[in-house]
Design a protein around this ligand. Structure first.
Ligand SMILES: C[S@@+](CC[C@H](N)C(=O)[O-])C[C@H]1O[C@@H](n2cnc3c(N)ncnc32)[C@H](O)[C@@H]1O
Length: 279
């Protein structure tokens, strides 16, 4: 049986050789996952059992072939929470954590009825539910696969999962909502052939949005306008090269106080806007 330090080093070298940037951290995560402990507990282990070593070798093979770490482990970390993920659902990204933080702040300031559009695994809604507890909260998702993860991830909360197209969902709530939040698909169709490896495992229905990548953002603006009370707010993620076009979409839909916000890497990543008090 290989001592843990030696195992981390050899697996990390294999991962680095396959082009994985944070190879040591990923080697530690996979070893910890095979051992059934948190990575921070690895220091208390001398070695893995032989079955666990076989298992971790298989995980590293999968990772070297390009399977995302989160899909191998079956979960992803998002802010202070952990969501189940797998084939058929978009893996939540760290850049979306700032949008979720903005939404949590809005709820903490008294916006207590929330709708999340394009909810996927439910990472944003779960973070909002855990960190700010809105009084009424719905999460809308169209894909049947993703909806299964959404239901599972929101089971411990009072968020209502809604399996529907956002364009027509929740009409009974028109004009009653304080906060709409969304991370819609926003990649232009033309980029389908040249996708970076880090998104190639996500379902295409979570990624692409028409010729300019903005079809879903146009829908988000329309749906937010219909759901929100006057004076209420929407926040939506977009591509880091789409800020200006997205501001124009919200402006032409009749929103005011339109702002672009940066993500953790200081790239323009989400827009926020207010539905005017009087039209
Ligand atoms: C980029 S993913 C975001 C998932 C999740 N909110 C997150 O941040 O990890 C976009 C999600 O929108 C869903 N979606 C696409 N079109 C939709 C529509 N018309 N109505 C509702 N959901 C839709 C996709 O299935 C996918 O789960």
């Amino acid at each position: 049986m290989t001592p843990i330090g030696q195992l981390v080093s050899s697996l990390s070298q294999r991962l680095a050789h396959a082009g994985i940037e944070s190879s040591t951290s990923e080697a530690r995560s996979l070893i910890a996952f095979a051992a059934g402990v948190e990575p921070s507990r690895l220091v208390f282990l001398d070695s893995l059992e032989s079955q666990q070593e076989t298992l971790v070798a298989r995980y590293v093979d999968q990772r070297c072939e390009g399977t995302p770490l989160q899909q191998i482990m079956g979960y992803a970390y998002f802010r202070h929470t952990r969501v189940r993920v797998g084939p058929g659902v978009f893996i939540p990204r760290p850049e979306t954590e700032v949008l979720a933080g903005w939404a949590i702040d809005q709820v903490n300031r008294g916006r207590t009825s929330v709708v999340e559009l394009c909810a996927g695994s439910g990472a944003i809604s779960l973070a909002i539910a855990q960190e700010s507890r809105p009084a009424h909260h719905w999460a809308v998702e169209l894909s049947e696969n993703a909806f299964g993860y959404l239901v599972e991830n929101l089971r411990s909360t009072t968020v209502v999962p809604v399996h529907d197209d956002m364009a027509t969902a929740l009409r009974q709530l028109n004009g009653t909502i304080d906060l709409v939040v969304a991370n819609p698909p926003y990649i232009p169709e033309i980029d389908r052939e040249s996708l970076p490896v880090d998104v190639s495992h996500d379902p295409s229905t979570a990624l692409f949005s028409g010729v300019d990548g903005l079809d879903h953002l146009r829908t988000v603006a329309q749906v937010a306008k219909r759901l929100l009370k006057p004076g209420s707010v929407v926040g939506s993620e977009h591509g880091d090269d789409q800020a200006e076009q997205v501001r124009r979409i919200f402006e032409s839909t009749g929103f005011v106080n339109i702002k672009t916000h940066l993500d953790l890497t200081s790239r323009p990543r989400f827009v926020t806007a207010t539905k005017p008090d009087m039209e």
